[in-house]
Design a protein around this ligand. Structure first.
Ligand SMILES: [Zn+2]
Length: 66
């Protein structure tokens, strides 16, 4: 469970990021080159009270064990 850092409400997890017109989404990488290793697509949590949007990575332990 994620708590909104603005109003301390419980956030709704699991939204996907989509970018209109591009269709490739956002990738998180370890370095900035185009050939860099893909890590994970970030997920989005949204606060239903104030609309705060928060990005997070779901499989963090997989990334950190690399
Ligand atoms: Zn909030």
């Amino acid at each position: 469970m994620r708590i909104c850092k603005q109003c301390n409400s419980e956030m709704i997890n699991g939204f996907d990021i989509k970018i209109d017109g591009a269709g490739y989404g956002i990738k998180i990488t370890k370095n900035s080159t185009i050939f860099s290793e893909k890590i994970e697509k970030p997920k989005v949590a949204i606060c239903p009270k104030c609309g705060e949007v928060s990005l997070y990575i779901e499989k963090l332990e997989k990334i950190l064990s690399k």
